[in-house]
Write a protein that binds this ligand. Sequence first.
Ligand SMILES: Cc1cc2nc3c(=O)[nH]c(=O)nc-3n(C[C@H](O)[C@H](O)[C@H](O)COP(=O)(O)OP(=O)(O)OC[C@H]3O[C@@H](n4cnc5c(N)ncnc54)[C@H](O)[C@@H]3O)c2cc1C
Length: 321
Amino acid sequence: MSKILIIVETAKGNIVGITKECISTARQLAVDLSAELEGVLLGHEVADLAVEATKYGLKKIYKIDDPQLAGVNILYHTRTLEALIKELDPKIVIAGASLYGQELMPRLAARFNSAMFPSVKKLKIDGDELEATHALFEEKLFAEMEGGLANLNFITVASGNTAEAERDDSLTGEIAEFSPVIEDSDRREVFVEEKIAKVSVDITKAKLLVSGGRGVGSKEKFAIIFESAKQMGGEVGASRAAVDAGWVPYDHEIGQTGKSVTPDFYIACGISGAIQHLVGMRNSKTIIAINTDEEAPILEVAHYAIIGDLHEVLPELTKRI
Ligand SMILES: Cc1cc2nc3c(=O)[nH]c(=O)nc-3n(C[C@H](O)[C@H](O)[C@H](O)COP(=O)(O)OP(=O)(O)OC[C@H]3O[C@@H](n4cnc5c(N)ncnc54)[C@H](O)[C@@H]3O)c2cc1C
């Protein structure tokens, strides 16, 4: 049976969200190709994480555990993965379009002289071809790419285009050991320390986001957004205009220069819907827009629109949800 191999990325002892999006994306490909979905996890003391990865639907995890693989020593990871891929001969290798994936995958693709599909938004199989869509220039231009499935293909998946695979405690998978391949000549860059910026909130995981824009009016008035999010059990999002005005910290910003989000509910309050904002939220499952302007561009992506003053509408809506 052919294989699709997912490179499982971890941070701070957890599997990162983009890996779960890769698994979601790969599931349909696995069905179309009748392929097994397998994963590889590199690092040090990653036994528990390898088991955890099986809970997201990976049937087999290749665990490569070595102190020298701790952190992101990209050349060690590259050579070890090259050896594993040679042995497994998968049809497709997928990683997230994170800094790690973007450093790793072109190197691997070059070593195999294979096709590299960077930061894809959509993927599908058409006969013997793999078709991928890659967005450029804030989604004003889309590049359609094709690769033959007779050859190995490397893909990085852009975040925010699909829901993360859900954890299912009943799922199990096989854990296989694989030895690292580390050569002294790869010791060109050495991982020293990981410093992760402190964030006050991770809005990318929220199922419901109440998001405020310039239309909210002031920092004091922005309290209505926090209150409503709290009552509905969600988190707070914001447009860049609200962040730049100092009404809410940057961790809440959504869009091209902020986060990409795909919650079940996105309630946009006093946000016009500039393209730079839309690119970060338009894949939300249900979008509700509250705006005084019935011509606001946000209404083009909204599933429900309420034309009115958010300060009157939002408290009423909050009571009813
Ligand atoms: C390079 C670049 C990157 C950018 N990146 C981002 C990004 O990541 N995220 C982002 O959001 N923006 C980004 N922007 C800015 C973006 O272009 C817009 O300027 C910004 O999104 C506008 O924010 P807004 O919708 O809150 O404000 P506005 O466009 O001013 O819209 C305010 C809206 O509120 C409505 N309104 C007013 N009063 C009320 C009321 N009482 N009740 C209900 N509705 C009301 C108005 O009708 C209007 O539609 C970027 C811009 C550039 C150039």
